[in-house]
Design a protein around this ligand. Sequence first.
Ligand code: SF4
Length: 559
Amino acid sequence: MKTILTTINAKYIHTSLGLCWLYVVNKGRFDISFREYTLREDVETIAGEIIETGCDVVGISVSIWNAEKSRLLSLLLKKQNPKIIIIAGGPEVSYEPGYFLKNWEIDYVVSGEGEFVLGELLDALKNEKEVEIAGVSSKTKISKITVKADIEKLLSYPSPYQLEEDRKEVKNRMIYFETSRGCPYRCQYCLSSLEKGVRYFPQEYIAENLKYIIESDVRQVKFLDRTFNLNKRHTAFVFNFLLKNYRPNLSFQFEIYADLLNEAMIDFLNDNVPENYFRFEIGVQSTHEPTNISVMRKQDFPLLAHNIHRLMDGGKIDLHLDLIAGLPHENYERFVKSFNDVFGLGAKEVQLGFLKLLRGTALRKRASAFGYVYDEKPPYEVISNNDISKLELDRIRDAERALEKFWNSGRFTRTMNRLVSGEYKERYFELFDEIGHFYNTRKLPHSAYQLEDLFRYLNQFLKSKNIDASATLRDDYYSNFTIRPTGYWTDRIDKKSRRKLLYAIAQNEEFLQENGLTGRVIEKQTAIDRLENGKYLLTVYLENERKQLEYQMDQMDLK
Ligand code: SF4
């Protein structure tokens, strides 16, 4: 009996640790292999490839982002081979197995951590035994149990981080790593709130596998631990290990509960972490206490803000702060305040998400109490509730797109910093809201645009507000390149005149000597702009640096 485990990842760089665990635990007993696909791939091709393997059983790991494609995949697989047995697992299907067994072309649902349960199920199928397994549901029997795998038992299997199959590709992919499973908190919109208790992997196991990863050519590792810094000793152990084994060109991402950081830990991080080595994702979600209380989210915002400020002062760790729009009891105005509170902390990235009413969560069960209207299809995103209308949420969605393009992309740092510390000081949301509105009224594209276009649009927006930020925009533009760009965000100087101007400057021996440049560098590696003071700005792209010089053009130069 041949089994294929598969999943559809959001992007090629993502990897599925869950699939690797299922594989390493079961490969000794069954003819089993795994295949990962991405959302970009055509689902018919995926189905065709799986059918071609001649497998008898397919296990599909389902999450909200791949749910629709997974549904289609199971449909196509059954259509091409009605005898194929399909097992679905993963967070999307775990908590409402009955719904999926009724509406999808699948035979079984595994609820929870399926490493050992999958083995029991495959064994039953292989030996044609009746399927009576806790955590496994079929069309005729729904199990109410969500299983947890015994961590001690997992340790006796080959490591999912050291698979020969993955070796070649790790360099270009994100490695997911877990040092614990479960979350002690009860945030009502989150699936992790349904797991009770936190279980840790032993330190020796963590150290051995992290060492292997550090010694490979992996560049990015993301810890899957739901609240990485829950246990101080555990956190200190992992941080110390990573610092002791520091390797350049490698970074680690953690989900941090910032209220739990203490002064000693922050001092330790600020004093010891090399730049670009750690990145913290910190969920703030809302700064409105009634909102946090209604979703049972514990938060001490003043303490959280203090801790974030201290980390920011250290300047070593990249911070990424999360906010959620559409939570209960947060109307448009109060959401804007949450946004401004969080944005004002000054993080490099602010991720603005929209509430998803996930299957199995307590909030989805109580949705009518808050008047929730949400998309029936995954990812079940909020449309409106008693406190916020569809129109208001759509307006926030427009602002979110502007936030992504002009802040989180990191391509407009100087201009945006100038705006949020000047004209839009403490009115951060207004900035993104107004850019979103500008985009809407001019029907500007949200996809298939060039970098130059974004600069042009932002420049047009700023002009419409009578803000002249052309100098910082120009600096931002040139800082996006390490070699002279072929396009220019302004068309103030046409191509022919540009060539003529650069040629003239390249003949000025005195200027070249003074600045240690050659004529060739001026002609081939220099961008030129006309300044308001009548001079020209030269942006010279040298091997390891970018130099900016002003040049006064003499009419004689052009003769
Ligand atoms: S949102 Fe985070 S802290 Fe809250 S239950 Fe989920 S994983 Fe735990």
